[in-house]
Write a protein of this length. Structure first.
Length: 285
């Protein structure tokens, strides 16, 4: 069966599997780019797949969790086109000293038996938390993480869910919750609320990941014209311009079609056939 990026999706209902208002950034991108009609399922509880605040542990990785959201949304809505996202926070994949937000967006199309994935990893995150014992420390942390435009969570200690207060966006509520907890505990743990509706920075990164998903959808297989012709692997070995020895720099990208398994290797994706000697382990050990 042949496809084009437009006629595969034009006019179809697409369910965005979220309860945290992610449709605010995802729907405009998907509707404009793919011609779909987006909707959100009623009473869809994504907390069942894990919460950042710890009430429900996420027992799988982010990609698996996003897939589970898609499959559940398909089951409860009987819609054959679904998108879900999942984020994770921690050290950046290539810069371990810095925190990062890694957002994955998965599209499942049951009509054409397609799964297409978008992803964006960004340093732009306010993900943080600290134990505090004073109002001054509370306000100092709040100012650093862009409160009140970005929500906060207070709890007796890191990881404790009892007496936790989430979704704080009011200075008055923040102060009252702090004093209530401080009256019973020596210190209070304050952290960023990483749910999308309380974190505009994260919401923007989800939007960027959605744009990457659209790019993947619009990348068609040269053999069967199926959407989702994407990078399967990266090959290093770009030769040094001085000695000709292979370096760790990218020599080629291998694209693969999930539908017909056609592959294509693209040499010199960064438009250069040799690498600067400064990146050569022999010339610059």
């Amino acid at each position: 069966m042949s496809y084009t990026a437009l006629n595969s999706f034009e006019g179809r209902q697409l369910v965005i599997a979220t309860m945290h208002h992610k449709e605010q950034v995802m729907a405009p991108i998907l509707e404009e780019s793919l011609g779909v009609i987006c909707r959100v399922p009623e009473d869809f509880n994504t907390d069942d797949f894990g919460t950042f605040s710890g009430e429900q542990a996420r027992v799988s990785d982010a990609l698996t969790a996003a897939r589970q959201k898609c499959l559940t949304a398909i089951a409860v809505t009987d819609c054959d086109l679904v998108v879900a996202s999942e984020g994770s926070f921690g050290p950046h994949p290539s810069a371990y000293f810095a925190s990062a937000d890694d957002e994955i967006v998965v599209l499942m199309d049951r009509v054409h038996q397609l799964e297409i994935i978008g992803r964006h990893v960004s340093f732009a995150t306010n993900f943080s938390g600290i134990s505090i014992a004073s109002e001054a420390a509370l306000w100092d942390f709040a100012s650093q993480v862009q409160f009140p435009s970005h929500g906060l969570i207070l709890r007796p200690a890191q990881g404790v869910v009892e007496e936790m207060v989430k979704g704080i966006t009011s200075p008055e509520v923040l102060l009252a919750a702090f004093h209530r907890l401080k009256s019973n505990y020596e210190t209070v743990f304050v952290e960023t609320d990483m749910r999308a509706l309380y974190n505009p920075t994260r919401m923007g990164i989800i939007g960027t990941a959605t744009k990457h998903l659209v790019q993947q959808v619009q990348s068609l297989c040269p053999a069967c014209q199926s959407p989702g012709f994407s990078i399967e692997s990266v090959k290093s070995g770009l030769p040094c311009s001085w000695c000709g020895i292979p370096t760790d720099s990218i020599l080629s990208l291998v694209y693969c079609c999930r539908k017909c398994e056609f592959t294509k290797e693209v040499l010199y994706p960064h438009q250069k056939k040799t690498e600067d000697p400064g990146f050569c382990n022999y010339c610059n050990p």
